[in-house]
Design a protein around this ligand. Structure first.
Ligand code: FAD
Ligand code: NAP
Length: 547
């Protein structure tokens, strides 16, 4: 007789509900099935892939090398898949996600085009009821939120968007049919990573492109290229060892970290190192020296180098000055990797509008109207304005825990989690790459695999011990939140008005959300917590059902 039968409660419909079928949801499902647990996943999109299903804008690709931005849990998978480029494009990453779903036979467990609207906890039975927009009400012992950190696209608070006479697009909700800008006048609003990838491609197609910039961003050329066969073979012949090494790194990425500080070397040596890194390309520029996000003066040398490159590349001096970021330390907003971004501003059909000196007043039927009355008439507007990152998807889902408190209420002053995995008052609910974990500061597939493995092991142990409940303790959570803040404030990161800080969403609390202590360190902490009988968690059997 099961515990539920012993206390007269109806058994759950499934052991685990997984929300989301991106890289996190897919791997979670695979592990749950491997444990013999009954799992069901809900995905609001009509296919797998998450980020790579939604972000189909021109130029979308990863900026962690594909040999590393891929699953490492299965040697078969990593040996058989062939990446065609150093940094894979969105269509190729989406093909990979589909290949994984088919190869592991996961689709049968996923309800697509089904949005989870609410999840509520029942204290008497230790069960969640998960409700969807298709009318499902599924009772599950555990819920895993594999809902992504960058999955709630946001339009800016600009008036009049609905009045625009042409087509509008958001990079994070790009249409599935081909978008052809040939002959059109196009506006791109935003200059973050998405815009920096999209702008060169749109510029090559459109008759005229106007880029509306509020904050200039630092970008490093990616020097993307077709996959080099010997390089691929080098990785494949040593994959398990390389993956293991990457998992112990600060960012979960194997790259050539300089063990010297920027000020420990002469100016010539420093410049030579930056030149060398610039020539190699990609975001590893930020590990040119070991103190670039810790020491303001060191950071300034790297920032000045990139600004000097922008001035070299961009021919119009005024445009170059506008594109050269000066208001935040390099790397404290997500560093970008591009293909011909700065060069694009030398094209005769591209112009840059500085919104700092002349903000957008509103969108009008013809286009974008600025504060000084100028109207930029366009046929299409691309909003590359980012996401309600890390918390937006979770707090909008109506998750209610012990005593009916919702996650949105609990997180009103900023997210509170223990290890970025669980939140006190929400028993049996796990988050993959939740706030308070390295997540967006890392190779996210490495962080996803680490969380999934930890959760799978935890569920297996609970099951083995006949326990039906796990909940983070408030005290452990408070300490973790404090530690998270303390580590963040040892760095330069909180100096930038970034989405890491919630600064891109009006009214969102300013809290540094990801854990910056490093992927390797964080993994050790999580492993120790598990080894010490889940230190900081309360484990339990179901409360007796009142007669
Ligand atoms: P997601 O891929 O976001 O998947 C979450 C899924 O949950 C989505 O499909 C969503 O539809 C679904 N969902 C959410 N809410 C609900 C609900 N209520 N009901 C049902 N379904 C729901 N990371 C890197 O490490 N390297 C990179 O180079 C990189 N490039 C990126 C480029 C772009 C354009 C973006 C936006 C992000 C990038 N990232 C990158 C981060 C990327 O999000 C992660 O690498 C990874 O794909 C996240 O996987 P996930 O499964 O955790 O989340
Ligand atoms: P983002 O970094 O948040 O950039 C949004 C841009 O829109 C910023 O330039 C922002 O300006 C601007 N913006 C927002 N509201 C505005 C307004 N009202 N008026 C004018 N401008 C406004 O979003 P993103 O580019 O989509 O990238 C989000 C994250 O996704 C990245 O940081 C990265 O983690 C991931 N990503 C990765 C890649 C990759 O290369 N692998 C590519 C795309 C995305 P302010 O800075 O002034 O707010």
């Amino acid at each position: 007789m099961t515990q539920d039968q012993q206390r007269g409660a109806a058994p759950p419909d499934v052991d685990v509900v997984v929300v989301g079928a991106g890289f996190a949801g897919l791997y979670m499902l695979y592990r749950l099935r491997g444990l013999g647990l009954r799992a069901r996943a809900f995905e609001q999109a009509s296919g797998v892939g998450g980020t790579w299903w939604w972000n189909r804008y021109p130029g979308a690709r990863c900026d962690v090398e594909s040999m590393q931005y891929s699953y490492g849990f299965s040697d078969e998978l990593q040996q058989e898949w062939k990446w065609s480029e150093r940094f894979a494009s969105q269509p190729e990453i989406l093909r990979y996600a589909n290949h994984v779903a088919d190869r592991l036979d996961l689709r049968q467990y996923i309800s697509f085009s089904t949005r989870v609207q609410a999840a509520s906890w029942d204290e008497a039975t230790d069960l969640w009821t998960v409700r969807t927009d298709k009318g499902d009400a599924v009772r599950a012992r555990h819920v895993v939120m594999a809902t992504g950190c960058l999955s709630t696209a946001r339009l800016p608070e600009i008036e009049g968007i609905g009045s625009f006479g042409g087509r509008t697009y958001h990079t994070g909700q790009w249409p599935h049919e081909a978008v052809d800008f040939t002959g059109q006048r196009v506006a791109v609003i935003g200059t973050g990573s998405s815009a920096i990838q999209a702008i060169p491609v749109i510029a090559a197609q459109a008759a005229q492109l106007t880029v509306f910039q509020r904050t200039a961003n630092f970008s490093i050329p990616s020097h993307n290229a077709p996959m080099d066969e010997p390089y691929e073979q080098e990785w494949k012949s040593d994959y398990p060892a390389r993956r293991a090494k990457a998992r112990a790194q600060h960012t979960g990425i194997l790259r050539n970290l300089n063990d010297k500080g920027a000020l420990e070397v002469s100016e010539e040596e420093r410049r030579a190192e930056y030149e060398r890194r610039w020539a190699v390309g990609g975001t590893a520029f930020m590990v040119s020296f070991n103190d670039l996000v810790l020491n303001e003066e060191s950071n300034r040398t790297a920032a000045e180098f990139v600004r000097s490159k922008i001035r070299e590349i961009v021919k119009d001096a005024r445009t170059a000055e506008l594109l050269a970021p000066k208001d935040h330390p390099i790397g404290t907003k997500r560093i970008c990797a591009d293909t011909g971004y700065y060069e694009t501003f030398n094209r005769p059909n591209v112009s840059l509008v500085d919104l700092r000196s002349n903000p957008i007043e509103r969108i009008v039927p013809e286009g974008v109207k600025l504060a000084d009355g100028t109207v930029h008439a366009v046929d299409a507007i691309v909003f590359a304005t980012g996401f309600d990152a890390m918390t937006g998807t979770l707090t909008s889902m109506n998750i209610s825990g012990v005593g009916g408190e919702t996650l949105a209420e609990k997180w009103a002053a900023g997210p509170r989690t223990y290890l970025g995995l669980c939140s006190a008052g929400f028993p049996n609910l796990f988050m993959i790459t939740g706030p308070g974990s390295p997540s967006v500061l890392s190779n996210m597939i490495v962080s996803i695999e680490q969380h999934v493995d930890w959760i799978a092991q935890c569920l297996a142990e609970l099951r083995q011990k006949g326990l039906t409940r796990i909940e983070a303790e408030r005290e452990a959570e408070d300490k973790w939140v404090e530690h998270n803040n303390e580590v963040a404030h040892r760095t330069l990161y909180p100096r930038a008005g970034s989405w890491y800080m919630g600064a891109n969403v009006k009214g969102k609390p300013r809290v540094f959300m990801p854990y910056i202590g490093g992927v390797g360190t964080y993994r050790k902490i999580c492993d120790e917590v598990a080894a010490e009988s889940y230190r900081g968690f309360r484990l339990g059997e179901p409360a007796a059902v009142p007669a």
